[in-house]
Design a protein around this ligand. Structure first.
Ligand code: AMP
Length: 542
């Protein structure tokens, strides 16, 4: 027998309408590149979102159309984040750090109807600009743009808002309607799209707002130092709006961040470990009063227990380690201590906190070995993490589910290798997938190897990630040449890769060898390569 409850659609419109009605006086602050602040309240955000929804409809954007953004964290980006799904279209935040060729491929596959470009990102956009029709660009922060072609041809963001009425009524046909598209670095080198639904994002928002997850409340001042293009800013913008927390939008490289945390009284901030490693000496040096800062949400790559200790012991800021992926909207696990841990010595606590944590309510998880056998949660058995949840992808955009990514019984294969202990705490120990994590972003070893192999003198190549204190991991290339050369081959190969990949993808070192070590089944022997690299660092090679 079916129950008799309202079939209440779980859509982003409910989040926005609630944020406006209940929390209209709460603030959105944007730290501008010149260090000044721009502030308005949720009521104004809502009004502009409604105007923008009308404006994009006027531009010809229809429900289901993809609308890209190429932007940093600003209030305009937040408005587009809200208005596009509010009007039934699909917001597609582009990663501004990718190379123009990668971006062009993504824009083509996504078939984006318009791109909303932030003038403060004009430098990164300049190369992509020549691959797309500028009449499809809507430009904001245009005063930062010096390219007349772009300013002349593009549509002015503020103009279209000013000309629009603020009476848009959202009418999303179905809670399973697509609302956002994010690309992730594919293991095979090809980026893959994840198409979120209103329902999945609504449920993810509720899930992360639980006390043992983000734990946001109306009293919080939230600063996501996560780009909004990285896995939907980890869900923080929508989560903050739903509970009515103040939001502070800023670029991680802005020098005023530490001052701002003190001045505005930020209570919760989120970012990858690289950000917190970089900011730690700043916190120490400037000695600002950051007593408002209660908690950091840290994820994207493992956080070392020493960094947790520095923040918790020295600065009195709680660290919550999270694990997830674009495919999971992105939250999968969160690390908070159990009641049973409260009396443990501090260093025991930090050790637990350095684990990736337990599945958040709504996420199912299992560990599976190479033969497909489920492994025990004993803290020792290592297997691939497989997951299910209402906010996990069921197939990639424009792709059928393949056995590489989904099991027969429809679990997502994360490609992460981990142990899970009897209390349910997961610890990532490696990656089955060919991805390197640098500064919280993925680098595809396969894509780098493929392009290296296209260079005429390269006979064989392997790229692997090695641990790096600042970035987590960095790529190193091991290359076999078809003939000896006197040229500076490292520089040549760097230039060769630079035309296809962003700067942070370029391997730090190129080691020339006679042969790439292979395993018994002919696969690249990564362990032997690590030994090669260690030998070369000690000067035992070459
Ligand atoms: P992305 O989709 O770019 O967010 O990348 C997701 C991948 O990042 C995961 O599959 C993991 O390999 C890695 N990752 C995310 N968070 C963590 C973490 N806390 N510790 C270790 N690896 C992580």
């Amino acid at each position: 027998m079916l129950g008799a409850m309202m079939n209440y659609p779980l859509t982003l419109a409910q989040i926005l309408d609630h944020a406006n009605r209940i929390h209209g006086d709460k603030h959105v602050h944007t730290l501008l590149p010149n260090g000044k602040m721009d502030t308005y309240n949720y009521a104004m955000l809502y009004r502009r979102v409604k105007q923008l929804a009308n404006a994009i409809t006027e531009l010809g954007i229809r429900p289901g159309d993809r609308v890209a953004t190429f932007a940093s964290n600003t209030y305009q980006h937040l408005e587009i984040y809200c208005a596009v799904p509010y009007a039934g279209a699909i917001i597609h935040p582009l990663n501004v750090r990718l190379a123009p060729t990668q971006l062009a491929k993504i824009v083509e596959e996504a078939d984006d109807k318009f791109i909303f470009v932030d003038g403060t990102c004009a430098a990164q956009f300049s190369q992509l600009q020549y691959k797309i029709d500028c009449r499809r660009v809507v430009l904001f922060n245009a005063n930062h743009v010096h390219d007349k072609n772009l300013t002349d041809l593009s549509i002015d963001y503020e103009n279209i808002i000013a000309e629009a009425e603020d009476n848009y009524i959202s009418d999303i046909p179905d809670e399973n309607w697509a609302m956002a598209l994010c690309y992730t670095s594919g293991t095979g080198g090809e980026p893959k799209g994840v198409l979120y639904t209103h329902r999945s994002m609504f449920l993810h928002t509720l899930a992360v707002n639980q006390a043992d997850v983000f734990g946001l409340t109306e009293s919080d001042v939230v600063m996501p130092l996560v780009p909004m293009f990285h896995a939907m800013g980890w869900g923080l913008p929508y989560a903050a709006m739903f509970v009515g927390a103040d939001i502070v939008l800023a670029d991680t490289n802005n020098e005023r961040i530490v001052d701002l945390i003190a001045e505005i009284g930020v209570t919760v901030a989120a970012g990858v470990p690289t950000v917190w490693t970089k900011l730690l000496p700043e916190f120490r040096k400037r000695k600002q009063d950051i007593s408002s800062l209660q908690r950091l949400i840290v994820g994207g790559e493992p956080i070392p227990s020493s960094l947790i200790e520095a923040y918790e012991k020295e600065l009195g800021v709680e660290v919550r380690h999270a694990w997830g992926m674009t495919e999971m909207s992105p939250t999968g696990t969160f690390c908070t201590l159990r009641k049973a841990h409260q009396n443990l010595p501090d260093d025991e606590k930090w050790k637990i906190k350095a684990m990736q944590g337990r599945p958040i309510p709504g996420v199912q998880m299992r560990l599976v070995n190479e033969n497909g056998t489920e492994l025990p949660w004993d803290g020792n058995a290592i297997g691939e993490v497989q997951v299910k949840s209402p906010w996990t992808v069921s197939s990639y955009y424009k792709n059928e589910p393949t056995p590489e990514h989904f099991t027969v019984d429809r679990w997502l294969r994360t490609g992460d290798l981990a142990t899970i202990n009897s209390e349910g705490y997961m610890q990532i120990v490696g990656r089955a997938k060919a991805l390197i994590r640098s500064g919280g972003e993925s680098i595809s070893t396969v894509a780098l190897e493929n392009v290296l192999l296209k260079y005429p003198h390269v006979k064989d190549a392997a790229v692997i990630g090695i641990p790096n204190e600042k970035w987590g991991e960095r790529p190193i290339a091991v290359v076999v040449l078809s003939s000896k050369t006197n040229e500076n081959i490292s520089e040549i190969l760097k230039c060769h890769l630079a035309s296809e990949f962003p700067k942070f993808w370029i391997p730090d070192r190129f080691i020339i060898v006679d042969e790439i070590p292979k395993t018994g089944v002919g696969k690249t022997d990564k362990q032997a390569i690590i030994e090669l690299i260690t030998a070369s660092q000690k000067g035992e090679l070459l």
